[in-house]
Design a protein around this ligand. Structure first.
Ligand code: MLT
Length: 202
């Protein structure tokens, strides 16, 4: 019995890494399935539902206010999600997945990279921010990370996403950080950037 409610779609033949799909606040395991199919056709898709409820809205960790995180919970939940990935890899016979996370889902993926780098082969982080003030020094050598930020994002300051990109790079990740003239929501350009980036990960 796996420890998160989730959807799983097996790989469909092509040699693409599995994706770990991580929704935003108020989403669920269904939200990113079609996006995952689009950006990485043929990948196995593993899509858990966040276990924390904020006024009934699923999330991946607790927050004290918008953009102010309960960092103890971030650590606990990132470890719990990494353990789920290990279980699911065994149950479904998967390689380490590439995370595809939006907003709160991108933030938990960033925390997993810092706390449990072995859990992920890489990550596409949409509208991510720094999840932990003092993260341990992780070794992210060989991991590809795409970050797409919005310059008009009212939740994530440009300085904050730049700081996350810098800390992932300094840990050895191969980071591509794109800042778009958009807000917190996703745009066609996000999709185009992801298509290109995922095509280079086969
Ligand atoms: C978070 O709580 O992870 C960020 O504020 C993004 C969000 O979910 O709105």
């Amino acid at each position: 019995e796996l420890t998160f409610i989730h959807r799983f779609e097996p790989a469909a033949g092509l040699n693409r890494p599995p994706l770990l799909l991580l929704h935003g606040t108020g989403g669920d395991e269904n939200d990113l399935i079609s996006l995952g199919r689009m950006v990485s056709p043929g990948s196995a898709l593993l899509s858990p539902r966040g276990k924390v409820l904020e006024n009934g809205m699923p999330r991946f960790f607790r927050r004290l206010a918008e953009g102010v995180f309960d960092e103890e919970d971030v650590r606990l939940r990132a470890n719990e999600l990494a353990d789920f990935v290990t279980e699911a890899r065994k149950a479904y016979g998967l390689e380490a997945p590439v995370a595809l996370g939006f907003s709160n889902g991108a933030n938990i993926a960033a925390a997993m990279l810092m706390l449990r780098p072995e859990a992920l082969a890489g990550a596409a982080l949409l509208r991510a921010m720094v999840p932990l003030r003092d993260a341990p020094k992780a070794d992210l050598t060989g991991k590809r990370v795409l970050m797409v930020s919005g310059l008009k994002d009212p939740i994530v300051q440009a300085e904050n996403s730049a700081r996350l990109a810098a800390s992932l790079s300094s840990a050895g990740a191969d980071v591509q950080h794109e800042a778009l003239p958009t807000g917190h929501g996703l745009s066609q350009t996000d999709l185009q950037l992801m298509l290109k980036w995922f095509a280079g990960s086969g």
